[in-house]
Every structure is written in C-alpha cells, then in structure tokens.
Design a protein around this ligand. Structure first.
Ligand code: ZN
Ligand code: FE
Length: 255
C-alpha cells in the first residue's frame, strides 16, 4: 500500500508532514517547526511516531525536535553534510542514500542552494517528494548559502522527477509567489488560473500545498527558465537557463 500523509501547519507559515505506512504502522514526520501541532496530529490519527526526517538546519524546520522527541521518541535522519549544525542525528545521509518509512524506500536528493546541505526526500512508489525550502509552490527558497548555478541544478533534479509527483514544500508563501510569477509571466493562462485558485484557497484559510510537479512545470517561473516565452518576457531570449534562473531569482529578491 502507498504511504498516507497529512500536512501539518506550524508556526505562522511553516508546514511539517506526517507520513504513515499502513502496512507496518511506521510514521515519519518531515521537519519539526514546533512540537505541539505534530503531537496533536499524531494523536488525532492514532499514529505512533517512528522517524524524523530533517531537510535542513534552519530553526523553523528543527526547533520543535527536542520537545517532540520527549513525547514521541523516534530515529532522526538528516544530512551528513550538516551533522555539525543539525540536532543530534541517528542516521546521516547523502545524495543517493535510501531512507525507509516502514516498507517504502525513498531516495535522498541533494538540493543545496537555499542552504548548502539541504536535502529532499523522494518516495517514488507513493509519488511524494518532500522539498522544504528548495522547490516550493510557485516558487523556490531564497539562495542564502549556495550559488545560483547550484540552486538551478538542484531545481533541475526535482524537475526531472515524474510529473505526477506530489511536491510537499515547507511554507505557505504561494500567494506572494503568485504575485511575483504573474509580474514576469502575465500571459500564462495556467498561471492565471492557478493564481485564482490560490487566492480562493487562502481566502478560506486552506493550504495551497502540496502541489503537483506538473503544475509547477507549467506555472512556476523558477522551473521555466528554459522556456522561450518566459525568456522573451524578461528580455533574455536564447540565454542559458541557469542565467535566466539567476535573473528571475534576483528579481524575486527585490520584488
Ligand atoms: Zn529554510
Ligand atoms: Fe524555512
């Protein structure tokens, strides 16, 4: 059976994800912005936590871990590259390593850029990818530690996953991302309709994540740096996609 999952809103705009293997009862949480909403969701579902998967070291993804483990002991997995600045890890992983939730195997993808050492987890059988602050709904994380080419390479790895992959990202930034996306890609009909749907969901207080990779490929400007129409719209026809990405990311930083 495929993994079940639940999106858990935390803090003001973060998301954690509970992931449950019905065959074995194993349950993981991806990132721990704060403990209580995750404990509440576990209790509501009747799931027992077995694993914690950490994507990167930023406080808004790890600060709830100690309090969570006090109530719900579990094995903690995170990037070997960041072991020195993550909470204590039981399992250190690198790109290509396999992570298991019960019977289902996932792969670790290095998605450095936002931070160096940021990892994503891809569970192909259940078509789930946990991308945190790398690929986000209609956006991507700000490039704090890595380089623009590195972030482009990371996003390109995620863009190459099967199109029906569900993208579980780390924040509710979609409305602001939509406004920026429309500012540079105003004639994209799919972007226009997605933006309307995002606005409607937010007006009802509903999350806009997860999303599906196919819609990101069609509407997320950071994945469309190779698209001739988008290149033309920003005056960069025929430029290298990595350079176009860098220009779009820089414009977003100033937006
Ligand atoms: Zn972050
Ligand atoms: Fe974050």
């Amino acid at each position: 059976m495929t993994l079940e999952f639940e999106t858990v809103p935390c803090l003001s705009d973060n998301y954690a994800y509970l992931v449950h293997d019905p065959d074995t009862g194993a349950t993981a949480v991806v990132d721990v912005p704060e403990a209580q909403p995750i404990l509440d969701a576990l209790e509501r579902r009747g799931w027992t936590l077995t694993d914690v998967l950490l994507t990167h070291h930023h406080w808004d993804h790890v600060d709830g871990l100690a309090a969570l483990l006090e109530q719900a002991p579990a094995l903690v997995t995170g990037a070997a590259a960041d072991a020195h600045r993550l909470p204590p890890l039981d399992i250190e992983v690198r790109e290509g390593d396999v992570v298991k939730i019960g019977n289902e195997a996932g792969t670790v993808i290095d998605v450095s850029g936002h931070t160096v050492g940021h990892i994503a987890f891809h569970f192909p059988a259940s078509k789930l990818a946990f991308t945190a602050d790398s690929l986000m709904a209609l956006g991507c994380g700000r490039v704090f530690e890595g380089t623009m080419p590195q972030m482009w390479e990371s996003l390109s790895k995620l863009a190459a996953l099967p199109e029906d992959t569900v993208i579980c990202s780390g924040h509710e930034y979609t409305m602001a991302n939509a406004k920026f996306a429309l500012s540079i890609d105003p004639d994209n009909p799919r972007l226009i309709s997605r933006s309307k749907a995002v606005e409607e969901a937010r007006s009802k207080g509903e999350p806009t994540v997860p999303s599906v990779l196919r819609e990101e490929l069609e509407t997320n400007p950071f994945l469309r740096a190779g698209d001739p129409g988008l290149q033309a719209a920003i005056g960069m026809e025929g430029a290298e996609p990595a350079d176009v990405f860098a220009e779009i990311r820089t414009r977003k930083d100033r937006f």
